[in-house]
Design a protein around this ligand. Structure first.
Ligand SMILES: N[C@@H](CCC(=O)N[C@@H](CS)C(=O)NCC(=O)O)C(=O)O
Length: 220
């Protein structure tokens, strides 16, 4: 069964799904369709019909179902087959992983996204129709506080949620990929976060995320 993933290869949110796919070894079961964010293709009616929120990535199943939101897509991939490796095996693991992944969105990844769209040129004037730089800079500061929070967590344990790699690690990785794109470095004092990120970047799923599948097809 071949699924499609509508994405923008270098995007931080699409990276979350690319990493999950590689961790689950499902790369050969998807084709990528590139949606050009800089041209605003994700805000056009054709794409909004697939995802009302106008964001990437979106998973398209063979029966025509569209699943948006990285967490939902990861849950789908996890349930597809093979043992659960990303979203937890026990009720406790599932609860903690979900909480920490959501926390990584709320405190790190999403604030950096708001900073990017509001306080930098973002996707360019044709796409960024409303910008509020003050809100953007506040969100940048929130993300920096989030980095300190995850640094404190990683001083205590090897991974973000549990004793093993999980979806929560992937979400923090997405946040730090975005931080790199907007040139928001991890503060020097956040040594545990830096060391963890260096380890994460050595994982094949993270290192090879841009070349995990057949070349992107033209959008259809
Ligand atoms: N909550 C969504 C956020 C997805 C998201 O913001 N994706 C970025 C791509 S890196 C996007 O589509 N940005 C375009 C925009 O917001 O205009 C998810 O988890 O999938």
């Amino acid at each position: 069964m071949i699924m499609k993933i509508h994405d923008w290869p270098t995007g931080p949110y699409p990276a979350r799904v690319r990493i999950a796919l590689a961790e689950k070894n499902l790369q050969s079961r998807v084709q990528f369709v590139t949606v050009n964010l800089r041209k605003g293709e994700h805000k056009k009616p054709d794409f909004l019909a697939k995802n009302y929120s106008g964001t990437l990535p979106v998973l398209e199943l063979e029966d025509g179902t569209f699943i948006a939101e990285c967490t939902a897509i990861t849950e789908y991939l996890e349930a597809l087959d093979g043992p659960p490796t990303l979203t937890g095996r026990t009720p406790r693991e599932k609860g903690v992983i979900h909480m920490m992944s959501k926390r990584a969105e709320l405190e790190l990844l999403d604030p950096i996204s708001v900073y990017f769209h509001h306080a930098t040129p973002g996707l360019g004037p044709d796409v960024e129709l409303y910008q509020n730089p003050e809100w953007g800079f506040r969100q940048r500061d929130k993300a920096l506080r989030g980095m300190h929070y995850f640094d404190a967590v990683l001083k205590q344990q090897p991974f973000v949620a549990t004793e093993t790699f999980s979806m929560a690690d992937i979400t923090v990785i997405g946040g730090l990929i975005f931080a790199g794109l907007v040139e928001l470095p991890i503060p020097a004092e956040c040594e545990a976060l830096q060391a963890w990120y260096a380890r994460m970047q050595e994982r094949p799923s993270v290192k090879n995320r841009l070349s995990i599948s057949a070349p992107a097809m033209a959008a259809d």
